[in-house]
Design a protein around this ligand. Structure first.
Ligand code: PLP
Length: 484
């Protein structure tokens, strides 16, 4: 027999030796797997693994069948891979507190409890318990929002992009909306004011220039088709240098002289003065309303620190008009959002204790000294974990970001653990480490600054430190194995 025939014979033999699904499923480990995952799922995983073997045999990359234990391991790992959530919890050591790609605000335990309770049982979402008839879901948070912001009325939609869209559609359809050229923002994830405006059926009327817009620009742009003057908080960039913009109070006055509403999209919209916590000032809905805004929109999951939501507050007649628009029904929120929003807004009734109770504020107000202490405490452990590898591990002063377009140019002094390679081999290890940490059981997300992998500890909550170190340990042992 020539070698070709030998190969063909062994391919045939190997295929014939593959165990049958029926036989496998009778054995103990597979029976246990059925208890855990269900019969259908185990059968699917076995077929999947057998198919992979068949293909490998035919491609002659598999020359020996795996022992039964090893084959089971493959099936089990496929089963656990499929059962693992796609929405993984991660450890955010990027230094960006409100990281949109990592889910923005981390919510306080009381908010989480309220959300869980609303999910677990029926609740009076849209039911007037006093009258025993249908109620209005916005009323769950309207009183709180009015009390905190000083507005007359409020309504809630899916996110702030939806809030802006809805207000443009409800008040600006087939009419003109006057906006300064300096404020035609794009927020990450394809939210661009000109596009949103077009889709909402409103016509954008740009005035002024990128860097300078004056009161007379607005006055001259007002015509019979004008529906409103709109101000958009330039939340993710700053125009510096030779600039001019018209203060809110003046815009409100111009609008009101022409019987037009003045609306403000704040984006982040914190409900308290951030300066009292030594944080950079961020405009509040209260200030905008006091300056004469008729409507203000902001997000629930940025600085406010709650669930994803778009909040509209302002004049009662305008809110009523918005609520009557059929798109309100399309963009409305569910009980989970309202439960979380109510719980988080309750915290604002006691502003003095907010930095302890509102997780976002707790993270933002951590001092560099406190973070420094935390990094110094873990540094020796991390150095020990990676001992023997050509790595340099140290603490480094860094700047954290608030994120989500809040306070765009401000940075918060923080401290990171920095991991760098001592040589070319070390540099490669750092690159691998970053990848392995992302793929770990609890993914850890850091950031690169040049060749150093940084773990900013601003957002490392105490209860996650052990997990983080365990993930580092797992990665270190893989790196060491690969090296030896
Ligand atoms: C973030 C932001 C939005 C979009 O809010 P989402 O809650 O992400 O939908 C709109 N406008 C401004 C000014 C923003 O900063």
């Amino acid at each position: 027999m020539d070698s070709k025939n030998v190969a063909r014979a062994s391919v045939k033999d190997l295929l014939a030796q593959l165990p049958s699904v029926d036989k496998l499923i009778q054995t103990a480990p597979y029976q246990n797997a059925i208890d855990q995952y269900g019969r259908e799922e185990v059968l699917r995983a076995i077929r999947h693994a057998l198919q992979a073997k068949r293909e490998a045999i035919q491609a002659q990359t598999l020359l020996d069948l795996p022992v039964p234990e090893q084959f089971y391991e493959e099936v089990a790992s496929e089963l656990s891979r499929r059962a693992a959530p796609k929405l993984k919890q991660v450890i955010n050591l990027t230094g960006t507190v409100l990281h949109t790609n990592l889910g923005r605000a981390v919510m306080p335990p009381v908010v989480v409890e309220a959300i869980a309770a609303a999910a677990a049982q029926p609740c009076a979402l849209e039911y007037d318990l006093g009258e025993g008839k249908r109620g209005d879901r916005d009323e769950i948070v309207e009183e709180l929002l009015c009390e905190i912001t000083g507005a007359e009325a409020a309504t809630i939609v899916n996110n702030n992009a939806a809030a802006v869209f809805l207000l443009l559609h409800a008040l600006g359809l087939r009419k003109e909306v006057i906006v300064s050229r300096g404020e035609l923002v794009e927020i990450g994830g394809s939210f661009r004011i000109p596009d949103i405006m077009m889709r909402a059926g409103a016509k954008l009327k740009e005035v002024g220039t990128t860097n300078r817009t004056h009161a007379k620009d607005f006055v001259e742009a007002i015509g019979p088709k004008t529906s409103m003057i709109m101000k958009i908080h330039t939340s993710n960039y700053a125009i510096a240098g030779f600039t001019h913009s018209v203060p809110e109070a003046e815009l409100a006055e111009i609008a009101h002289q022409h019987q037009l509403p003045f609306v403000v999209d704040l984006g982040s919209g914190t409900l308290v003065d951030m300066a009292q916590f030594n944080l950079p000032a961020e405009p509040t809905p209260q200030e905008a309303l006091q300056a004469g805004a008729d409507l203000v929109t902001f997000s629930g999951d940025k600085l406010l620190g709650g669930p994803q939501a778009g909040i509209l507050v302002g004049r009662k007649d305008l809110i009523q008009k918005i609520k009557k628009n059929p798109l309100k029904r399309v963009l409305r929120v569910g009980k989970i959002t309202l439960a979380g929003l109510e719980a988080v807004l309750q915290l604002y009734r006691d502003p003095a204790r907010l930095p302890q109770r509102l997780t976002v504020l707790q993270l933002l107000t951590r001092t560099q000294a406190a973070i420094q202490l935390q990094t110094e405490q873990v540094l020796p452990q991390i150095q020990k974990i990676f001992a023997g590898l050509p790595l340099q591990i140290s603490t480094r002063a860094v700047l954290s970001q608030i994120g989500s377009g809040s306070l765009p140019i401000e940075r918060l002094p923080s401290v990171a653990i920095a991991i760098e390679g001592q040589d070319k081999t070390g540099e490669k290890l750092v690159t691998r480490m970053e990848r392995l940490l992302r793929a770990g059981q609890v993914p850890v997300i850091g950031r690169f600054q040049e060749k150093a992998l940084l773990f900013d500890l601003r957002c490392l909550q105490d209860e996650h430190q052990v997990t983080w170190l365990a993930m580092l340990e797992a990665v270190a042992s893989r790196l060491k194995k690969a090296k030896s």
